[in-house]
Design a binder for this molecule. Structure first.
Ligand code: HEC
Length: 214
């Protein structure tokens, strides 16, 4: 008798399980609906404003979602973010601590860096990195890169491309971080070869005083 009761209960339980899983369209009674229906939200679908908010201050009351990847998200294969702040301390001191992450380039890679330089920089700075590109007279105040760069750290050159400087805009949206670091290396190839004993009053101190004003 006891056995029959157990078997009957098992059969009944199995039946209930199978019946409840029959169809998602007509689910009947649902126990734990979150298990049956995923809470995945379409990224760009319109959202119920009574449930969702894009205002971070309201995040406690409604679900905060603003279509943006989580802070600190890095694109696959991309380099870590450049966290040096856009101020004079960042320009002169902090950027100097950031090393060029790329291995030295040659051949095709260097050619590619030159191509990027000629497209993005030569229009103002000229193909040799001076201040004589065709746009220079229109922009005004263009400075020679190679006059300054021997006194600039790699990080500082990267900084100027990333944030811009006075009349020069930022190149962060046109050039990936890797491309900007490539251009830094390319600029080094444009510099006049270093002589063993540099002449008095070489470019370095002058370059520093030029940048302090930012
Ligand atoms: C639209 C014109 C323009 C373009 C294009 C341009 N620059 Fe500049 N660049 C300027 C101007 C103007 C300045 C001077 C800013 C200032 O007054 O400090 C400058 C300054 C610089 C400096 C700092 C020089 C110094 O003495 O402080 C560097 C380095 C530099 N540019 C690199 C680049 C690189 C690399 C590119 C290409 C990714 C580029 N620039 C593209 C206009 C341009």
């Amino acid at each position: 008798m006891k056995k029959t009761a157990i078997i009957a209960t098992l059969v009944l339980a199995t039946a209930v399980v199978f019946i409840s899983c029959d169809s998602k369209r007509q689910p009947g009674k649902i126990y734990m609906p979150d298990m049956a229906y995923s809470r995945a939200y379409e990224s760009y679908a319109p959202r119920d404003s009574t449930k969702f908010t894009m205002d971070p201050n309201d995040a406690g009351n409604r679900i905060f979602y603003n279509n943006m990847p989580a802070a600190g998200t890095i694109k696959r294969g991309d380099q870590f973010p450049f966290t040096v702040p856009n101020d004079s301390n960042g320009l002169i001191n902090l950027s100097a601590q950031v090393k060029n992450p790329l291995a030295p380039m040659a051949g095709k890679e260097l050619e590619e860096a030159g191509r990027l330089f000629n497209i993005n920089c030569a229009i103002c700075h000229g193909a040799k990195g001076e201040a004589n590109g065709p746009m220079a007279p229109k922009i005004g105040g263009v400075k020679s890169i190679i006059a300054a760069s021997p006194g600039f750290s790699d990080g500082r050159l990267f900084f100027v491309m990333t944030y811009g400087q006075n009349n020069m805009g930022s190149y962060a949206s046109q050039l990936s971080k890797e491309q900007r670091w490539r251009i830094v290396q390319y600029i080094r190839t444009l510099e006049p070869p270093k002589t063993a004993a540099p002449a008095a009053g070489a470019a370095a101190p002058k370059a520093d005083s030029a940048a302090v004003k930012k």
